[in-house]
Design a binder for this molecule. Structure first.
Ligand SMILES: [Fe+2]
Ligand SMILES: [Fe+2]
Length: 170
């Protein structure tokens, strides 16, 4: 179990990233239905933290950073025809290079970002517990988003915004 202090520290990190101007650019990048890159990434962070917060041996700061930066590729692959085809395989390395440029990320966070699309990138196998976790949770969140029907797009967006407001609900 996390202590009150540990939770507060993680919440502070999550909230500071939520307000960071560089991260706010993710709002302009469309993702699956009723979502954008910002919502998607914060959802991955929250779902991942809650999944393992009562397990030992996870670095939850790295989980949060890795999740929020895992799709930090900063281009709209839907709009750019030349990027469409190769996006799936290429974007983890682009996101990692951008994250390294803009944030002082550790090798552990680098690995989380680079390996999040495995097995699509067979040479980038997630080795750490945190990288395996984000690789899995990203799939779960992306699948849920992709399966949202058009009719519920607006409702889904409202629920998602509410969900990502805080890492730990009071
Ligand atoms: Fe991705
Ligand atoms: Fe993702």
């Amino acid at each position: 179990m996390l202590t009150k202090e540990e939770k507060e520290k993680l919440e502070r990190l999550y909230q500071s990233l939520a307000k960071d101007e560089r991260i706010l650019r993710l709002k302009d990048i469309q993702m699956h239905r009723g979502s954008n890159c910002y919502i998607h990434s914060f959802k991955v962070a929250k779902v991942a933290v809650h999944r393992v917060m009562n397990h030992k041996g996870y670095n939850l700061e790295n989980v949060i950073l890795g999740a929020i930066l895992h799709d930090y590729y900063l281009y709209d692959w839907r709009a750019d025809h030349s990027k469409k085809k190769k996006h799936g395989r290429r974007h983890p390395l682009i996101a990692e290079a951008n994250a390294r440029r803009d944030f002082n990320i550790s090798p552990e966070v680098s690995e989380i970002i680079k390996c999040h699309m495995w097995p699509l990138t067979p040479h980038l196998f997630p080795k750490s517990k945190e990288a395996k976790l984000i690789n899995y949770v990203d799939d779960v969140v992306a699948t849920r988003e992709a399966l949202t029907s058009r009719r519920f797009k607006k409702k889904h967006l409202e629920c998602s915004l509410k969900f990502i407001e805080r890492l730990f609900d009071e």
